[in-house]
Design a protein around this ligand. Structure first.
Ligand SMILES: [Zn+2]
Length: 102
């Protein structure tokens, strides 16, 4: 039986009792359409990236590919899901509460 673990707090998730949240992130280099001369509006940027990745079909290409395009997937427990939704980019929570530190 497939067991899941929260990728943030690393606790085991019980498939019978715990709700599991899946976070999928897609991170890719944004090519400025204005930088291309012609027919840039019709171009599918993801397709361009895939073309680049296919061209980089060497042994060394993994690192380069990860810089251009990366897909991430995380499993989260309900508690970590709440935290994630409040602060998806992991910005320091301290800054939000600075004003109330007196
Ligand atoms: Zn968790």
């Amino acid at each position: 039986m497939l067991r899941y673990r929260c990728d943030l707090c690393h606790r085991d998730l019980d498939p019978e009792e715990d709700l599991r949240y899946v976070v999928k992130m897609e991170v890719y280099a944004a090519f400025d359409p204005m930088a291309n001369d012609e027919e840039s509006d019709d171009r599918n940027h993801l397709q361009e990236i895939q073309d680049i990745l296919e061209q980089l079909d060497d042994d060394d290409s993994d690192q380069i590919g990860a810089d251009v395009y990366r897909q991430l997937r995380y499993d989260l427990c309900p508690e970590c899901h709440k935290k994630f939704v409040k602060n998806p980019l992991g910005r320091e929570a301290a800054k939000l509460f600075n004003f109330s530190q007196n």
